[in-house]
Ligand binder design. Structure first.
Ligand SMILES: [Zn+2]
Length: 420
């Protein structure tokens, strides 16, 4: 059944326009998980599921699900979807593009009375973005059984406990100590997402087919010096924690640059969060806390980075009045997407005449969590200037429509495979 790009583009555009209005007014586009605007967006999404005639549930991990039941008596399910939460002042397409393309896909299937031999579910995975509870991908981790009591008991700055928030939105945190039963019925988890980088745009490629998602590590670095009067303590008498921290910041950047140049792998490291204490113009900084974010597709490169950084830290500690400590606070392993689904995505994209590129993802995604327990794969569509996690984030609706057509073709291919 032909997929009308123009018609579907206008549907996608309308839905993006609807959802972008559900933002904290003073800082577009902000829809943090469990916030008032997030709840409003969930009601909007339930309404969309309703309009498509889907049956609506929330699973134990708080994922909102719209289900298109097959006429065949089967529990087998293909899942599409992404997330509708955002980072603070994030964009209108990260996550949203995948959820809306899922709506569009189901609309196309319903309008054309296409019968599928499996159930088709659209998921809004709960809280994909890193949040105040220090975890990302709450819903997809929940499906994979990767939310432990330590994570579930965490509190945010207002004292809200993660597991209570999951229960409030319709989940059941008590049942999250193991993978959810649905995993045994999943035929495929498919996600469409904006690339959040520049490769597709620069090379004018329609579809990125993801082959792997890098490991993500976060380390907390604490530099302890001595606070003091900025006028009276002479330069040679100081233990300025911020000066020592700046050495680490520069070192991390240069080291990551060197490793990424020497390996052909995706390798990036960032220090994007730093707290200076007491953070006052007339006081020498006595304490600095910062977070290193490290993403790598190669375990060797990751280890080389950690070893070299640890050596640097011990040499600073030996020769400096400031003392540095580094602590591992989060880790998500490197994962590869399902090879058969990658090949099928390539076949779908080729058959529709789209150019495609098999590539590594730079960012983490729900699909990384899902791939631990089910066949999973994802595609990227281009986004303008590679910008993401900022209000300027932009993707052409026609590109989302192309990606949706690839998803539809995948569904057809999977249907043919299940019938044979
Ligand atoms: Zn995302």
């Amino acid at each position: 059944m032909t997929f009308n790009i123009d018609l579907n583009s206008s549907y996608i555009e309308n839905k993006i326009n609807d959802l972008e209005k559900l933002t904290d007014e003073d800082r577009p586009y902000t829809r943090l998980v469990f916030s008032e605007k997030f709840y409003e967006a969930r009601s909007w999404l339930s309404e969309q599921f309703n309009l498509l005639g889907l049956s609506i549930t929330t699973d134990e991990a708080g994922n909102l699900i719209g289900l298109l039941k097959s006429k065949k008596d089967t529990n087998k399910v293909v899942i599409v979807g992404s997330h509708i939460d955002t980072v603070p002042s994030g964009g209108r397409y990260d996550g949203t593009a995948g959820v809306i393309s899922g709506l569009c896909l189901i609309k196309h299937i319903k309008e054309n009375n296409i019968e599928l031999p499996f159930n088709l579910a659209i998921y809004d995975y709960l809280g994909e973005e890193l949040n105040e509870w220090g975890t990302s991908c709450i819903g997809s981790r929940g499906i994979a059984g990767a939310l432990n009591e330590d994570i579930l008991s965490r509190q945010n700055s207002s004292g809200q406990i993660l597991k209570e928030e999951i229960n409030k939105i319709g989940g059941n945190a008590k049942l999250l100590n193991k993978p959810l039963p649905v995993i045994k019925n999943i035929l495929a988890c498919l996600e469409l997402h904006i690339e959040q980088g520049k490769i597709l745009e620069d090379r004018k490629i329609d579809i990125g087919i993801v082959k792997s998602i890098p490991s993500i590590s976060r380390f907390k670095v604490t530099v302890t010096g001595q606070a003091g009067h900025s006028g009276t303590i002479l330069m040679n008498q100081r233990a300025d924690a911020l000066v020592t921290a700046s050495e680490i910041i520069t070192f991390v950047n240069k080291l990551a640059l060197k490793i990424s140049k020497n390996s052909n792998q995706h390798f990036v490291s960032t220090i994007g969060k730093i707290d200076v204490h007491p953070n006052s113009a007339a006081i020498i900084p006595g304490l600095v806390e910062m977070t290193i974010d490290l993403r790598a597709t190669s375990q060797n490169s990751r280890q080389e980075f950690i070893n070299t950084l640890e050596q640097k830290i011990s040499s600073i500690n030996e020769n400096n009045d400031c003392k540095i400590k580094m602590k591992d606070i989060a880790f998500a392993p490197f994962v590869e997407m399902d090879k058969e689904l990658i090949a099928l995505f390539k076949k779908s994209s080729d058959s529709l005449g789209f150019s495609s590129n098999i590539m590594n993802s730079g960012a983490g995604h729900d699909t990384a969590q899902l791939s631990r327990v089910a066949p999973a794969a994802m595609i990227f569509i281009p986004c303008k200037d590679g910008l993401s996690h900022c209000p300027e984030e932009y993707a052409e609706v026609s590109d989302i429509a192309k990606g949706t057509e690839v998803l539809y073709n995948m569904i057809e291919n999977l249907a043919n495979l299940s019938l044979t």
